[in-house]
Design a protein around this ligand. Structure first.
Ligand code: GYE
Length: 346
């Protein structure tokens, strides 16, 4: 009897100890998973801060790749110099980051440093503009806009406008304030305009870079106005340039607007993120803006999460975009087989 009681007591003790052990094991592993949860380290090389688009893009990246979302972000502003971006990438490689995100200023000149990242086994995600490299395996994937399509939407809209208003192609006298030369956004938007000029027979007076900034947009437009007295359309490759161009138009005593056969200069541009540009659109000083969406942060986050799960994302990830206009008579345009609604801004 005594023996049985003793055995029962022993068994009870063992059971208690084992439960205690198990529960402590469980609680230990829970604390471990919360405190040691692996943060993903990302080095992000942004090209600069030339425009509202760029600033919004940076904010989007910083808020998506946040500590709360499980990221340790190392952000580097390249100050519009590719050499700074190359240095940043080399620093990220030395720091052994998990991923590199690159928003490149221009397309060429990336082969060497991307090869260094590849050799170090660090995946590279390209965002916004593209890189032009011999070996496509030097980066994992890209996310951004179809810049030539943006330009095609704009030139199609302009063509519709001239048709609706019975304006002959030879009466369309355009100047192009280009973006940073050699950047994908400039290449695509300029190519779309040049093709439309050839196809429709418009008169393209001059093209010059305004570097995507308001200051240069104003300077370039002022010099165009000094050289040509018949400009009636200015194709600005971003909104900041358009704001600068409007300042130059007004300083020259002219009016920005759509009445192009009666002395007004029609301003069209790209982005749609700048508040002043949207206000100018409402006022009719800008006639049409092709949207360029800068909110790539959550998109890059999703791409990294796909890679973290061991899956392979699409190589090229395009963002859907629209057109904004203050003129009410064109509500949609068709490029190729696709029809796009035009959002009328009142
Ligand atoms: O349109 C412009 C910016 O690469 C899409 O760069 C981007 C362009 C954008 O500075 O405002």
């Amino acid at each position: 009897m005594k023996k049985t009681a003793c055995l029962a007591a022993l068994l009870l003790l063992l059971a208690t100890v084992s439960v205690a052990c198990r529960s402590s094991a469980v609680s230990e592993s829970t604390t471990e998973s919360t405190t040691d949860k692996k943060m993903v380290t990302v080095g992000f090389s942004q090209l600069g801060a030339e425009s509202d688009w760029r600033r919004t893009n940076t904010e989007s990246m910083q808020s998506a790749l946040s500590e709360e979302n499980g990221f340790k972000l190392i952000y580097k502003n390249g100050q519009q110099k590719q050499a700074n971006q190359v240095t940043a990438l080399r620093m990220f490689i030395q720091q052994e980051v998990d991923y590199i995100v690159l928003a490149p200023e221009t397309e060429t000149g990336w082969d060497f440093v991307l090869k260094e990242a590849k050799d170090a086994g660090i995946p590279v995600i390209i965002v916004d503009r593209r890189v032009d490299v011999q070996d496509r395996s030097l980066y994992t994937c890209w996310v951004g806009s179809d810049f030539e399509l943006e330009g095609q939407k704009m030139t199609t809209w302009l063509h519709e406008f001239t048709e609706k208003n019975s304006i002959a192609p030879e009466d369309v006298h355009i100047v192009n304030i280009q973006g940073t030369l050699g950047s994908t956004a400039q290449i695509g938007r300029t190519r779309a305009l040049n093709n439309a000029v050839r196809d429709y027979g418009w008169d393209l007076l001059a093209s010059e870079s305004g570097d995507f900034t308001e200051v240069r947009g104003k300077e370039v437009m002022a010099s165009f106005l000094r050289k040509y007295d018949n400009i009636n359309v200015v194709y600005c490759e971003n909104d900041n340039e358009a704001i600068g161009a409007i300042a130059a138009i007004e300083a020259a005593g002219k009016k920005a607007g759509p009445d192009i056969l009666n002395g007004e200069i029609m301003v069209v541009s790209f982005d749609g993120i700048n508040k002043d540009a949207r206000q100018y659109l409402k006022e009719g000083k800008i006639s049409c803006i092709a949207e360029c969406n800068p909110l790539h942060g959550p998109r890059v986050q999703a791409l990294i999460e796909t890679l973290e799960r061991g899956e392979t994302p699409e190589q090229f990830n395009y963002v859907a975009e629209t057109l904004f206009s203050s003129l009410t008579d064109i509500t949609s345009i068709t490029v190729g087989t696709e029809t796009y609604a035009v959002e009328i801004e009142k």
